[in-house]
Design a protein around this ligand. Structure first.
Ligand code: ADP
Ligand code: MG
Length: 270
């Protein structure tokens, strides 16, 4: 198991990398044109970090999220999440790993229109095999956490855009994932509602210690995270730390290596 980590702002302390990606390649064949969407990308993200991914349309941000989260398969490279390589994993195991360890928030809310807020939030739990009664309880708690306890019985069409996005935040967090992937989560929201959703995500990142990887076009959104990764043409072009965000050594667990961090927690999860 690797002992790579990401340096805290004091430069010395190593925080375990919850996501370690190296040499990740992905291309698409559409007709006779081959698009190289990711060109051997390297990226480490620390446990508890909130990272914003920025870059022009078409530079590979969504492809990166899809490959790192295992929604899609990279053509080449290594991707290690919580100390486990997801590249060699069987589809079944990867799906399970995603269901247990990851949450997703997209720009389009992807809520089921015929289901209530609670039922939408219950869904990933039921898929993961949680008993209905327990799923219901957890869903209500998650809705409460995002300030929507009083909207629990409403259907998406009866809620505002901001409320719908809060339902998807509740849904992404209900399984207490280690990592939340968000692809332009505020892209469809006005600036005030966008700020409200970001306040919520930042609060959850700081209190629940989840790692967030957030694609955004909005500099105001990006600067709320610990770090901004800028992509261009399928590669990381540059990155910068955001001043004024909490020192990562306080956010990450006080664990020195990935072996310690993930060695025992992954036992029996196969
Ligand atoms: P971004 O999210 O940064 O806008 P994407 O990751 O969606 O960029 O796309 C990266 C490149 O890959 C673009 O050139 C896009 O047209 C291409 N691409 C993405 N998905 C597909 C697909 N399913 N089939 C063919 N080309 C694709
Ligand atoms: Mg995209």
């Amino acid at each position: 198991m690797s002992e790579k980590g990401v340096s805290g702002s004091d430069g010395a302390k190593r925080i375990p990398a919850i996501i370690e990606a190296s040499g990740v390649r992905k291309s698409y064949d559409s007709g006779d044109v081959k698009v190289n969407a990711l060109k051997g990308l390297d990226l480490d993200i620390a446990k508890g970090e909130m990272v914003a991914v920025m870059g022009p349309s078409g530079c590979g941000k969504t492809t990166l999220l899809n490959c790192l989260s295992g929604l899609d398969e990279a053509d080449d490279g290594e991707i290690v999440i919580e100390g486990e390589s997801i590249v060699g994993m069987s589809d079944r195991k990867r799906t399970r790993f995603r269901a247990e360890r990851m949450g997703f928030i997209f720009q389009s809310y992807n809520l089921m229109p015929v289901l209530s807020a609670t039922e939408n939030v219950e869904l990933p739990l039921l898929v993961a095999g949680v008993r209905p009664k327990k799923a219901h309880k957890l869903a209500l708690a998650a809705l409460e956490m995002v300030g929507l306890a009083d909207q629990a019985r409403k259907r998406p069409a009866q809620m505002s855009g901001g409320q719908q996005q809060r339902v998807t935040v509740a849904r992404s967090l209900v399984n207490e994932p280690a990592i939340v992937w968000a692809d332009e989560p505020t892209g469809a929201l006005d600036s005030e509602t966008s700020k409200e959703i970001m306040d919520l995500l930042v609060r959850l990142n700081r209190t629940q210690k989840q790692t967030f990887v957030l694609v955004t076009h909005d500099p105001a959104v990006a600067k709320r995270g610990h770090r901004i990764i800028r992509m261009r043409d399928g590669e990381v072009e540059s990155e910068e730390k955001n001043a004024g965000t909490e020192d990562l050594s306080n956010v990450g667990a006080r664990i020195e290596t990935n072996a310690e961090a993930y060695g025992s927690s992954n036992a029996g999860k196969n």
